[in-house]
Design a protein around this ligand. Structure first.
Ligand code: FAD
Length: 475
């Protein structure tokens, strides 16, 4: 009798507890990618950018499985129904999967476990998506952590983080005919061909792409990570986030690799990098314990916040036409590549929430649609963090000035020039504030403000005062 291996956000062969277990049973293995997109409560369908990624990652996963001797089955529908039918069709007596920690996913999986136990089908689940079990990691008082520092101290000192599991060397495939959807049936690729083109230039979805990214990071960047991670003009971070979001690599594999003794001279960078992985853990910890994190203010005082949500301002933000170069460069990087540098994410989010008074949930929704690394925990926790409505957040009244942020973190303007070529000829000192350049300078740079590049859509000083006034009303 075969064993079914359920794939969802774990599109890899290495360090895959469920697949590893299945390979050890000696039974025929049926790997299935199950797309359960029921929309209920906080369960949202995948955004467009992630669907593009998924399409390519599934091609890579199917090829890797084929090399080991198994065929990936694609199915769409309710998890309970699909698995029920598959068991009836194949006589499988065991189902294994890697645990999910987003509340809607975890709920679906728990219901499946109960259903299968009624049918006397064996189930086994495995860790892999995050380093800690949120249901087990408690504060001294027995609750969940609300502040990052103490959470990190406990996580970092956790004994016995296991070594990654090897990928199986071969699998016994299921030799009988089994109906499968095709990727063409699913239509995951975006209709706008240009959108996909930018992604293809920037990314290699799949387990090998993830491994290569990690190697480049360990080889070239980890030593200077602490120093340069806030610089969007320098390729200083790992760009592993979309690979992590799709489970093409696990935090165990990354953690283990950064502890390599060869990296001894680069300890500060490695430590800082692990702390950032710790933020991902913290986001999952918060989401697991607060299932409404993507849709409701963690700090309910914000429920009374007088959002203005002006469609014209929101549209300018989405299209990278606010007149503030660092904001616009970030939003265009997002559209073009499906990713944005962390520092710039903070700047554009702060600008939307505070200078434009747009509800953080609207910004979160746009990121959900356009980020290849859109992640229910990291996205929600980060937006709430910037808004000041989250756990352990930046205070609301700390309002980023996009001009000063740009000058500090993109000092020569390389990042802005890359994504806003219409400003490229402007001298460095005006790049983050083009409206202050003398007329003749603008003319020489062939910039006609208001035409070739927008004038600022809000005045920073007035917008700041308005934001603080709105904030005071919530208290
Ligand atoms: P690196 O600097 O190389 O860090 C390594 C890994 O650590 C990342 O891949 C990520 O998994 C984790 N990490 C790093 N920084 C953070 C952070 N601040 N918070 C949580 N985890 C972190 N990250 C997502 O993965 N998905 C999202 O949907 C997402 N939305 C965000 C929205 C906003 C408004 C902000 C401010 C941040 C958001 N982040 C999100 C966090 C962060 O920006 C990205 O994880 C990071 O930019 C990914 O790039 P990297 O892989 O090169 O990171």
């Amino acid at each position: 009798k075969p064993v079914i291996v359920l794939f969802r956000h774990d599109l890899r062969l290495g360090d895959n507890g469920a697949l590893h277990r299945a390979s050890q049973t000696g039974k025929p293995v049926i790997p299935i990618y199950l797309r359960d997109e029921r929309v209920s409560g906080d369960n949202r369908p995948m955004g467009g950018a992630r669907r593009w990624w998924l399409h390519h990652s599934l091609i890579a996963l199917a090829a890797s499985l084929r090399e080991l001797g198994a065929r990936l089955v694609l199915k769409r529908g309710r998890t309970d129904n699909v698995i029920d039918t598959l068991i009836n069709d194949t006589g499988a007596d065991m189902v294994v999967w890697n645990r999910r920690y987003d509340p809607p996913g975890a709920e679906i999986d728990e219901a499946l476990r109960v259903q299968l136990s009624h049918r006397a089908i064996a189930t086994q689940t495995f860790e892999g998506q995050i380093l800690h079990e949120p249901s087990l990691l408690k504060t001294g008082a027995g609750g969940h952590y609300r502040v990052y520092r103490p959470f990190w101290r406990v996580l970092n000192a956790m004994p016995g983080l296991r070594d990654p599991l090897p990928a199986p060397l071969e699998l016994k495939g299921w030799q009988h005919e089994l109906a499968s959807d095709t990727l063409d049936d699913w239509g995951l690729l975006p209709h706008q061909a240009n959108w996909a083109k930018g992604f293809s230039e920037a990314w290699s979805p799949g387990e090998k792409g993830a491994r290569d990214r990690l190697q480049v990071f360990l080889h070239d960047r980890i030593g200077s990570y602490a120093e340069y991670r806030d610089r969007p003009d320098i390729e200083a971070t790992s760009r592993l986030s979309p690979h992590l979001a799709h489970g093409e690599i696990t935090p165990f594999q990354i953690w283990h690799a950064t502890r390599n003794p060869m990296l001894d001279g680069q300890r500060a960078g490695a430590e800082k990098f692990r702390q950032e992985l710790g933020w991902r853990e913290f986001s999952y910890h918060l989401l697991y314990n607060n299932p409404k994190l993507p849709s409701e203010n963690y700090d309910t005082a914000f429920d009374a916040f007088p959002w203005e949500n002006r469609p014209d301002l929101l549209s300018a933000w989405k299209h990278g036409r606010t007149g503030y170069p660092i904001v616009d460069a970030g939003m265009r990087q997002l559209w073009r590549t499906g990713w944005m540098h962390n520092r710039v994410r903070m700047i554009v989010a702060s600008f939307l929430i505070k200078h434009l008074l747009v509800d953080w949930r609207i910004g979160e929704g746009w990121f959900w649609e356009t980020l290849v690394d859109a992640d229910p925990a990291n996205n929600a926790a980060s937006w709430q963090w910037v808004a000041g409505s989250g756990a352990d957040s930046a205070p609301y009244f700390r309002i980023f000035n996009p001009v000063l942020q740009g000058e500090k973190h993109d000092p020569k303007g390389d990042y802005v020039r890359k994504f806003l070529p219409e400003l490229a000829a402007l001298p460095d000192k005006y790049l983050h504030r083009p409206w202050s350049a003398p007329h003749v300078t603008l003319k020489m740079a062939q910039i006609d403000l208001g035409k070739t590049y927008p004038l600022p859509i809000v005045d920073l000083q007035c917008a700041r005062e308005r934001a603080l006034e709105a904030f005071n009303k919530t208290r």
